[in-house]
Design a protein around this ligand. Structure first.
Ligand code: UDP
Ligand code: MG
Length: 134
């Protein structure tokens, strides 16, 4: 996902261009404005964390862009590409360093495992929209 602040700041094109340059294929792509309940469902893994209310309010504060990306070793490589959760700690040149504002407004989301990627892709996209490139 490209998070609300990055979308509002018109950074989505640059972020998607970088992702493509790094060798990812975009399988599916959509812009949606999540309601609070949608955000709570998406981030249910964090429901007991102290930042859950703030995170889900923020993620439902404006449109986000959701994408399914395909690449070998995509989960690990994408997390390297986006950088640490807090943009202040992220390596130079990473997406979160370049486009993130703070820990909450850190420009992009990334799945943390193949298993969670499958769940998260299914949250946004139907089976037809999850076709892989050959
Ligand atoms: N987050 C936050 N406060 C925290 C930790 C996380 O606002 O103390 C937000 C942050 O935007 C992060 C999201 O919650 O991207 C999900 O947290 P996670 O630990 O899964 O980080 P990520 O996988 O996004 O790097
Ligand atoms: Mg995470």
């Amino acid at each position: 996902m490209i998070k609300p602040t990055a979308v509002a700041q018109k950074k989505a094109g640059k972020i998607l261009d970088r992702i493509l340059e790094e060798g990812y294929l975009i399988i599916s792509l959509k812009m949606v404005h999540l309601c609070k309940r949608d955000a709570e469902a998406f981030y249910s893994i964090h429901k007991d964390r102290p930042f859950f209310a703030e995170l889900t309010s923020y993620m439902s504060s404006g449109p986000i862009i959701a994408a399914i990306l395909q690449k070998n070793n995509a989960v690990d490589d994408y997390r390297t590409l986006i950088g640490s959760t807090n943009p202040a700690d992220a390596a130079e040149g990473t997406i979160r360093k370049l486009y993130g504002t703070d820990l909450g407004k850190n420009a992009v989301h990334g799945s943390d495992s193949d298993e969670n990627a499958e769940v998260e892709c299914s949250f946004f996209f139907s089976g037809m929209e999850k076709m892989k490139w050959k």
